[in-house]
Design a protein around this ligand. Structure first.
Ligand code: SF4
Length: 376
């Protein structure tokens, strides 16, 4: 079966899952303006932005021969739960009667989850399926660790091209990893490549760290978020995101007792931090976004960029809370709306101004503390 999936980084993880389950992956092309235009053309005007881009990606993958779409569902009071159903109907109207496999959290409906897994697993035994899932989980954790390291080095690299070349090589190495030992050696090779990137030295006190928070699709998918990590890296800022696929798996696919026992409950703790500002579940990643702003502040980050897709109600609510979080915590936050008409130049100017502001805030505070100490 030729199976496609949404183009949401890290794409190699979904490709690996489909391959290991014995199917042919149809990897959708990296979204471009054409993909967005295609999605916008056939989506309801006020649908949230990720729905439109993903629709465009599906159409492109179907034209490449995809026969089935593998995606996740969603629960809670936002539109994520309707995405797949809506995509299915729009595609059918366009004459593409696609089979969808929509995975909701295993804890919402265990039998339904197993029924869908059975369709996907083909001739594999239960033991083999468990092995595939564990391998893909390890793959995703390893790839996330490598990417985190790269986004730190990016801030100090002599040329951002060196980082891009290293990342391309790393992806090609991971692409050939099909077992635990392959994954472990891919990670060692990735570390060597990252450590081999020429960098300039920066004193610890002069380093700038910026957290990136918001709705999962626009945080993870660099093709729609102006490649924000590259932009910030070029401006000399280390970055860390609120969303990593392996942490999403921890939160939504592992039972809570396993999460606690293996210290994989980071997102539970972050959500709890968000409760000071958002008491109930309003859907999407709103609580996490707020929790992460506080967490980045607690960990000494210098600023946060909040990515908010057009039409996303949970992040719209978060945006209205951001000024009071900044007031109470002192953390500078820049909210960036992401939609099909986002002009990059305007946004990049805003990001540059934000980085200048947080640098000036940090260094002025350091100078003031230094002269106060000197005057004692
Ligand atoms: S979180 Fe926002 S963008 Fe994502 S489905 Fe919900 S409303 Fe749409």
């Amino acid at each position: 079966m030729k199976i496609t999936f949404p183009h949401m980084s890290p794409v190699p993880v979904y490709k690996k899952l489909v391959e290991l389950l014995g199917h042919e992956p149809i990897v959708p092309p990296r979204p471009t303006q054409e993909t967005i235009d295609l999605g916008v053309k056939y989506s309801p005007e006020f649908a949230c932005f990720p729905l439109k881009v993903i629709l465009g990606s599906y159409i492109e993958a179907i034209r490449m021969g995809a026969e089935m779409i593998l995606t996740s569902g969603g629960d809670g009071p936002c539109r994520a739960g309707y995405y797949a159903e809506l995509h299915k109907r729009i595609l059918a109207k366009l004459g593409y009667n696609m089979d969808f496999i929509i995975f909701d959290s295993v804890f919402i409906n265990f039998r339904d989850f197993m029924r869908k897994l059975k369709i996907l697993k083909g001739d594999l035994t239960a033991g083999e399926v468990v092995k595939v899932l564990k391998t893909v989980y390890r793959f995703s954790q390893s790839l996330d660790r490598s990417e985190k390291k790269l986004q730190i080095i990016r801030a100090y690299s002599l040329s951002s091209k060196d980082c891009d070349t290293a990342w391309d090589k790393i992806n090609r190495i991971y692409d050939k990893a099909y077992s635990y030992s392959d994954i472990d050696s891919a990670e060692s090779r990735a570390s060597e490549l990252i450590e081999g990137i020429p960098v300039f030295r920066v004193k610890e006190e002069n380093k700038i760290r910026v957290g990136i928070v918001g709705e999962i699709y626009v945080v993870l998918e660099s093709s729609v978020n102006m490649e924000i990590e590259k932009v910030l890296g070029r401006l000399g800022a280390e970055t860390e995101r609120s969303q990593y696929l392996s942490e999403w798996i921890d939160r939504y696919m592992l039972p809570s007792f396993i999460r606690k026992a293996y210290k994989k409950d980071k997102l539970d703790k972050i959500e709890a931090k968000g409760e000071d500002f958002i008491k109930i579940n309003i859907g999407g990643h709103a609580k996490e976004t707020v929790g992460f702003i506080k967490d980045f502040r607690d960990r000494g980050f210098d600023g946060v960029i909040h990515l908010m897709p057009f039409g996303c109600l949970p992040e719209l609510v978060t945006q209205t809370i951001v000024p009071s979080i900044t007031e109470k915590t002192g953390m500078p936050v820049l909210t960036m709306p992401i939609d099909e008409q986002t002009g990059n130049t305007n946004n990049i100017t805003r990001i540059e101004a934000f980085i200048d502001l947080i640098k000036s805030k940090k260094f002025t505070a350091a100078r003031t503390a230094g002269s106060a100490a000197g005057s004692v």
